[in-house]
Ligand binder design. Structure first.
Ligand code: GLN
Length: 454
């Protein structure tokens, strides 16, 4: 804990931590020492972690990187963080992210962008997003693990951009209680770590059945670490042809082939498969996610939380709502609220929202059919490129940024577990990741397969 705290002090330039909690950390570390001395030490005991700003932590600022939650200190602890503290883990502080987890570059945070510890010729790169602070902090050894959340790729894409491991569990494996909601049918929290083994241990601690989240499923949490045998003989790994996008960089294509060869050498069978509705995933996601976001974000009205605009003479409550939301939400969040409200409006609900839900069911069915045909896991690239430069997408069409999620959103739409593993470096020397998509509730197998790629 002490060495992480001093590393954090020397790493302000990365802007990964938006709140530092050294007093809490040292107190928790002392308690963990006592537990270890007393012989009661779960695997996470004494492990210093960073927590994404999306998680409510009691008495500690939890802002979802938004101005609208300025000064918000929750009265309660999220189930995930409570599970971690119960296991003796230590909180070093809160980690920056894209505002309300909307983005792929951590540039929409009200705290300013996070810098990727990886560089090319001194050019600053994005750590990815939305869990960019988590990814940068883990990659730069400013914690031993971090919590992330993934609605459309926000654990897996930043993990790939910073050369670390990130897993999004099956929807319902980890409680969403106390995690600021973005798109509730897609959001899932998961660990971001240096190794597959760390991810297995941390996921086992984060996961629980939780009566406070009605979508949390009452399945026992297996010992994920025990699943790490390294034996994947006889497993069938699918390579979906629809993920072979036009214009895919040769390096990503090569990485994908190399990954398949590693799995084959370890005894797995590599099978070409088809997931025919893949091309509709991104448009369906960018209807469903904003729709749910517009509904979830209605609660930020200047009355209940955080920021409230100052009113001029003669201004009333409607002015207060409008001014508060205009000042409190950044442009990307405002865009999502507008898209979401539009696709849910009476005249367009069927044309957009309901159609997107039907497409979502078809995407899920593609995966169901593959698994029914005996496929154990699916191998794809995690991202269409390695990390891009900070500011590089500033003037681009927002849809350009959304294209970053092309390989990851299908997994959230289908509720499946997906893991991003660092597999190699590109010609610029930057990390690249591969994604493995697993069967529902098959995180143990998935982590074991990922071990072979690591
Ligand atoms: N980049 C995607 C978006 O902006 C995914 C975000 C996420 O997974 N939280 O919606």
């Amino acid at each position: 804990t002490e060495s992480c705290l001093s590393a954090i002090e020397g790493a302000d330039a990365l802007n990964a931590y938006c709140a530092k909690t050294p007093e809490i950390a040292l107190e928790q570390a002392k308690a963990a020492d006592a537990r270890i001395a007393g012989g009661d030490a779960p695997a996470m005991c004494g492990i210093p972690l960073g927590i994404k700003d999306l998680f409510c932590t009691k008495g500690v600022a939890s802002q979802a990187a938004s101005r609208i939650l300025e000064g918000f200190k929750p009265e309660y602890e999220s189930t995930v963080t409570q599970n971690l503290w119960d296991a003796g883990a230590v909180m070093l502080g809160k980690l920056s992210m894209d505002e309300f987890a909307m983005g792929s570059s951590n540039e929409t945070a009200c705290y300013g962008p996070v810098v990727n510890p990886w560089k090319v010729d001194d050019r600053q790169l994005t750590p990815g997003g939305s869990s960019g602070g988590s990814a940068a902090a883990v990659a730069a050894d400013l914690c031993l693990g971090a919590t992330g959340t993934d609605t459309g790729g926000s654990i897996r894409q930043p993990a790939a951009f910073t050369g670390i491991v990130g897993i999004k569990p099956t929807y319902g494996r980890v409680s969403r209680w106390g995690v600021v909601a973005f798109a509730s049918s897609l959001d899932q929290a998961g660990p971001m770590t240096k190794s597959v083994r760390d991810a297995a241990i941390m996921l086992g601690t984060m996961a629980s059945n939780d009566a406070k989240d009605s979508t949390c499923v009452d399945f026992p949490v297996p010992d994920f670490e025990a699943a790490l045998t390294g034996d994947i003989r006889g497993k069938k790994i699918g390579i979906p042809k629809e993920y072979r996008m036009d214009g895919m960089p040769a390096e990503i294509e090569k990485l994908w082939n190399d990954g398949a060869a590693m799995l084959r050498d370890a005894g797995a069978e590599i099978v070409d498969i088809s997931l025919p509705h893949t091309k509709y995933a991104l448009p369906a996601y960018y209807v469903i996610a904003p729709a749910e976001a517009s509904s979830n974000l209605a609660r930020y009205d200047g009355v209940r939380y955080g920021h409230r605009a100052h009113l001029g003479a003669g201004e009333g409550i409607v002015d207060m709502y409008e001014k508060t939301r205009a000042e409190g939400f950044g442009p990307e969040v405002q865009r999502r609220v507008m898209i979401g409200t539009y696709v849910l409006s009476a005249g367009f609900y069927d044309a957009y929202y309901n159609r997107a839900r039907r497409v979502r069911a078809l995407i899920k069915r593609d995966f169901d059919l593959a698994f029914e045909a005996g496929i154990d896991a699916i191998l794809t690239p995690a991202t269409p490129s390695s990390a891009f430069g900070l500011g590089e997408m500033k003037d681009a069409d927002p849809v350009e940024m959304y294209l970053n999620d092309v390989f990851t959103v299908t997994v959230n739409l289908a509720g499946l577990p997906g893991i991003s593993v660092p597999v190699g470096l590109d010609a610029k020397g930057l990390p690249m990741g591969l994604q493995l998509i697993g069967r529902p509730w098959g995180e143990g197998d998935l982590l074991n397969q990922a071990l072979v790629l690591e």
